[in-house]
Design a protein. Sequence first.
Length: 511
Amino acid sequence: MAIPTGTTARQLNAIARWVLAAAVVLGVMTWWWPSYRSWAALAASLMAVWALWLVCRMVQGRSSVPGHPVYLALLGPAAVLAWHMARTGLGTEAPRPGSLAGAMNISMIFQLSLLALGIMLSQSLLPRASEHPWLLSVCGAAMMGGSAAAVRWGQADHVNSSIVLLGYSGVAVWLSALWHPHDPSAPVNLKHNRPLRLICIGLAGIAAVLLAIAGRKEAVAAAGAAGLALVLGGGVLGRRRKSMLLVGAALVTGAAALMVIHPGRGSWEVIVAGGAIGRGEEAFADVWAGDNGLAVLGATIGWAGLGWLAIGVIACVIWLMTHARQGAGEDRARAVVWTAATALSTGALIARGGLFIPSVTLAAAFTWGLLPAMLGREERRRSGGIVVGCMVVLMLLMELAKDDGLLMWATAVMGGNDKTLHVISGFFGAMVLAWWMGTRSIYRGLWGIVLAIAAGAAGEFLQAGASVRNADVNDWIAGTAGSLAAVVPYLLCMGSRWCESRDAVVIKESH
């Protein structure tokens, strides 16, 4: 019996959306400790959602991905880290005793990949979150609650700054639910329920006060981030410009003055000493996980890479905010609040210890992924070949690296080994190629899976000739098994499209 066209895709999309939302809520509440197990949980969750996303796109017959300007900002640091990776972690020369052999460089590349993947999945699966205030409320509450739990029971002073800023980002996410399009079908509408709105504002105020008690300097930084959002809103949006500029300038000036009076541990000396492109993993002789993110990034990717990242992020926010000009007053208010949430999650990422906390990476991916929708920008589609190219580069680095770093450490702590990595990489390599090549033709999709198997063999030969590792036929067998496992979901996806018909209608039974 035929079903209406698009039914399977809608169901799969709903499953992927719920899984991602659950991962965000659980992740920001529990993955606040920089452990390999937490990173493994984050990677596994995103990969599970990614597999569902690929299956959904196969059923839809779409080989495109949503575009986001923040990827250009991440491209600079990724390129610098890849250069350091080639300088220290590739080649046939055996690593020096005690050397990390590129492990930290490739670990940061892997972390950037998780951040980019989380942004893409959030943007693709949760674009209508602005129309569902309950989802924003739950995510904001999870960010605030997770931060409170981490501060209260975490007993880790070197990550408190990042955790507190993450909590302030949750406050902004929570408040963004107050400005949402009117939905007559919603059981509870915050827009026209004044007592409930006051309760939400009161809870946000209580959370902000408790976070200020936990971290005074972080409260000042949060005020500065809110001020920057207001200044950008006043300069770009135009409406209520004077009030936003005045309040924003006052907050930024006050925050800057307090920072000057009570300066924290400086990082400019470390950034300058790192040079234009930094020193890669060699910089970890002078910095560590407890240092603030600016010092770590400045030492590893240099002031040029850090400058590219900063300019790219600011330009991205300004460009996206111009799309909120055409919206109503509530749309503009939501744009400013969500910009503040994004700025705070980014601040948590570069705060002390933030680069090494999985929940912070997840929160940054969530806020950045929803930024275009919250600022009123329509989805711009890009070719899926971009994903294929990025995955090929990442898998090539993993094949040739002397040490797989964070990816291998996270796999080992969960009981896996290098064969596990080959199975996973083979599966996703085949799925991505089948999706990109076979959305219109099932034969091209199967050829994509064959190409993934051949690429695994080529990677082993390349590994034997261009790296310190030896080729292992068992690795290729493991990768082949992963690639062959992709045949079943691909054929099911293509078969489900044959079961759908435009002429089919939904029959409602009357009781």
